[in-house]
Design a protein. Structure first.
Length: 404
């Protein structure tokens, strides 16, 4: 009987037929094959994963296998953290939601740890101070919206220490008024790249644009061929000889201004041509919104699609994060329309007085307003005559009441 028991203990604990080949890392059950291993997990509800917190004797700890198990456990944790950070970075998720206290020696934790905006003496959200410092170093003036407003909740801008750059939240406004907010737009990319990453183009649009580009290239080739053919067939005639004779007869003092004026005109034409070609991207013109102005219309500053975001935002003011308009109308079209819903920044600075511009740009203790335009009542009160109001009040207060 003892021999039979010993023989059964040396066999597979599931089928009791074959000698065991495998050992479960979780419960040390010995099995002979994969079907027996699966049957063991099903019967015993065993996961088959080694428990890193399981008790081990001292003589079992001082082994190479135990050291390898601990090393693999630690590296697995680091690998999972790196994968989670990379996934959050790719998806634009802000993981910095814990409050970082300014004075760590207070000995208490903030009860409102989930709030994003705190009182200055209670600290800022982790990563918010670094973002504000980086924005200030880049010459960007960030106006903070009050806590709880949608503008404040949507702001996921942060400083990325890995790339040493700012990852902005950018609001894109289309011509029909549709607003799209996208996170993780690095300030080292161009306006066109940021727009392509934020607003994906449809298949029909991409196909039509490729056909349009092919037609434009064909037109350029045809025009260049025509220019070459005309240059080869043309021969110098009488106008050239007449010009040469005039140059010989002119004094040297008169020839100097002509030689300086002609290159100036040609250089301006050469410089302006690429700017006009790069003024549109996907048949759209881009404009940066200027917040906190005294006009009811949005004030827009034209942008070039090839401009880099950090250069565009330098010496600018943004309300939490930048707002960029993508409109089908060019700046010339907007300036020529009398009933345009927008106003260009150049026109606004020319018409608005310096006092109004100074009032619109100040934000010391005025962040709680968070509004970009003045209310209708505030605009109407600017035209009220104070003397006339005072006279009416005197008549109402000191008018004699008739007695019956």
């Amino acid at each position: 009987m003892a021999d039979s028991d010993s023989l059964l203990s040396d066999l597979c604990s599931i089928c009791h037929v074959n000698p065991p080949k495998y050992k479960c890392p979780r419960c040390s059950t010995r099995t002979c094959s994969l079907p027996c291993t699966r049957r063991h997990k099903l019967w015993s509800q065993c996961s088959g994963v080694r428990d890193p917190a399981a008790y081990l004797k001292r003589n079992e700890l001082a082994t190479e296998s135990a050291f390898d198990r601990d090393f693999n456990f630690i590296t697995g944790i680091e690998r999972n953290l790196e994968r989670a950070d990379r996934d959050a970075d790719n998806r634009g998720i802000d993981l910095s939601r814990s409050i970082q206290s300014d004075d760590p020696g207070d000995g208490f934790q903030d009860l409102n740890a989930g709030c994003k905006r705190k009182h200055p003496h209670q600290g800022l959200v982790k990563g918010e101070a670094g973002f504000l410092r980086a924005a200030e170093a880049g010459g960007v003036k960030v106006i903070r919206a009050p806590k709880g407003l949608s503008r404040n909740k949507q702001n996921g801008s942060r400083f990325n220490p890995k790339h040493k750059s700012l990852a902005w939240t950018v609001e894109w406004v289309a011509g029909d008024g549709v607003k799209t907010v996208r996170n993780a737009i690095f300030d080292t990319c161009t306006i066109s790249e940021a727009y392509d990453r934020s607003i994906s183009r449809s298949k029909d649009q991409s196909a039509s644009e490729s056909v349009k580009e092919a037609k434009e290239d064909q037109k350029k080739l045809d025009s260049s061929n025509i220019a070459k053919e005309s240059g080869v067939t043309d021969t110098p005639g009488e106008p050239v000889t007449a010009a040469a004779e005039l140059e010989d007869t002119k004094p040297p003092q008169a020839a100097v201004p002509e030689s300086t004026e002609i290159p100036a005109d040609t250089t301006t034409d050469v410089v302006e041509q690429p700017l006009q070609q790069s003024a549109t991207h996907r048949d759209l013109y881009f404009y940066l919104h200027r917040p906190r102005t005294t006009t009811k219309k949005p004030v827009l500053a034209p942008l070039s699609p090839s401009s880099i975001l950090n250069e565009v935002l330098r010496s600018r003011t943004v309300l939490e994060f930048p707002t960029i308009y993508a409109l089908p109308d060019s700046p010339e079209t907007l300036a020529g329309q009398e009933t345009s819903p927008f106003i260009l920044e150049e026109e606004y600075l020319r018409t608005a007085g310096p006092e109004e511009i100074a009032k619109s740009t100040r934000n010391d203790g005025d962040d709680a307003a968070g509004d970009e335009n003045l209310s209708d009542a505030a605009v109407k009160l600017q035209d009220v005559d104070e003397k006339r109001v005072l006279e009416v009040l005197k008549q109402d207060l000191f008018e004699e009441v008739p007695t019956n």
